[in-house]
Ligand binder design. Structure first.
Ligand SMILES: [Zn+2]
Length: 68
């Protein structure tokens, strides 16, 4: 069973850089301490309407799903 699709999608939308989850569309980053906040994209970001509003929360959900 292949459960990696959400993780593949996440990792194409986000990069982990120096402790930040960074949008690969606009390079805006968010600290894990702000994980409950909506990440503010650049106004011109092409990804902002297509990716999760809270990248850390989505990553948490993916991990929870994998661990059962
Ligand atoms: Zn963005």
């Amino acid at each position: 069973m292949d459960c990696n699709q959400p993780m593949i999608a996440w990792s194409s939308a986000w990069a982990l850089v120096g402790g930040l989850a960074v949008c690969t569309g606009c390079m805006r980053g968010q600290s894990i301490s702000l994980s409950e906040d909506v990440l503010p994209h650049e106004p011109s970001c092409k990804a902002k309407g297509q990716v999760a509003r809270m990248p850390w929360a989505e990553l948490h959900q993916i991990l929870d799903f994998q661990r059962g």
